[in-house]
Design a protein around this ligand. Sequence first.
Ligand SMILES: Cc1ncc(COP(=O)(O)O)c(C=O)c1O
Length: 462
Amino acid sequence: MDGQSANDLSHVIDADRAHVWHHLIQHKPFETGEPRIIVEGKGLRVWDQHGKEHLDAVAGGVWTVNVGYGRESIANAVRDQIMKMNFFGGTVGTIPGALFAEKLIEKMPGMSRVYYANSGSEANEKGFKMVRQIAHKRYGGKKHKILYRDRDYHGSTIASMSAGGQDERNAQYGPFTPGFVRVPHCMEYRKHEQDGAPVENYGEWAANQIEEIILREGPDTVGALCLEPVTAGGGVITPPEGYWPRVQEICKKYDILLHIDEVVCGVGRTGEWFGYQHYGIQPDIVTMAKGVASGYAAISICVTTEAVFDMFKDNADDPLNYFRDISTFGGCTSGPTAALENMRIIEDEGLLANTTAMGARLVANLNALAEKHKVIGDVRGKGLFCGAELVADRDSKDPVHEKLAAAVVADCMQQGVIIGATNRSVPGKNNTLCFSPPLIATADDIDEITTAVDGALTRVFG
Ligand SMILES: Cc1ncc(COP(=O)(O)O)c(C=O)c1O
């Protein structure tokens, strides 16, 4: 590791322990132990305060650093742009804002308009606000309900949590925003927990469950359906065969907008530019964040079709007719500048193809581990977005206790490989190991990850 020695960082560690409130973590252990400080990153590797090297198999912990660490070309592009023009509120345009929008829409046939914001939660809220406003403008406020799915996650704000299908994440933060309605998950591995799930055509059945909810609520009250293309924190759930085409059909039938949350899958993670593009569907609203600029700048985006956009300019005489929304930092030029360079890197380095190839290797390696370790009940994945669900018993599929999944993660960390596990997500089901290395991963990197998991499973489960 270049830079400071461990001694130089003692003040940083003290300052962190005294003043930083970390995300998603209980702080009691820091009263006696140290918080982890990540000091430096290069490629897939990061170094902590002790100079210990780690292979980061979760792209910054939360599926974000798609092009890897230490990208000088992104830093240079951002530096040049912010010296020229760093910010202007989004009522006006900027050069990188216009150029990235054009480039992005080239990758999203059928989509048309790009709305800039800062976080995944915020981008989703933009989508929800559009749906609500359309309901008021077109349907006297009636068609305002937004359907979301069990196990999906759309963000940390109160409104995005109102669309949150992870009960442990949501616990103690209610009451939530009215008008959000839950539909069942589509996780084939756990279909035995769903009343009436058939042995065959599960995908179609799971989609039909959404139709039943629409009919129960009244189609004239439902404005949108918001889904992750592949559920992330809810257990890395790849959709079953036949699911998406039926979902699209149902949305068309009842004039319901399809909002796809690509915050995790978007910009390459699954081996296509967008997760939904694997399934031949055409959304009305697409949101994205994490991988858009690989964490080199804060940027999120809500993309719509021209038809959705048109609904906000059809009557210029009405002072309330347009989308009366702003995101101050949506006007930062660092976001689209970093995003443009991020996209160039993905194209020039062939990272979509690499993601598909390395994702296949990761799944194959995990399946090979499943032959050896009975505790792996299911392996799921699309591109470099994979999960291995740990079960106490393969027949009953009873999940292992979350402490055991956490012990596997801790053992890998000890070995210098950072993996993840579903965390405070679905009660009793925080039992899926998560893998999402940067899209630059090589075959050796993938093998190093699964070798660490092999060792960890042997130590934790024998
Ligand atoms: C699918 C999905 N949507 C939305 C979000 C929220 O994004 P953010 O944390 O940037 O608000 C996340 C975050 O993990 C996510 O996984």
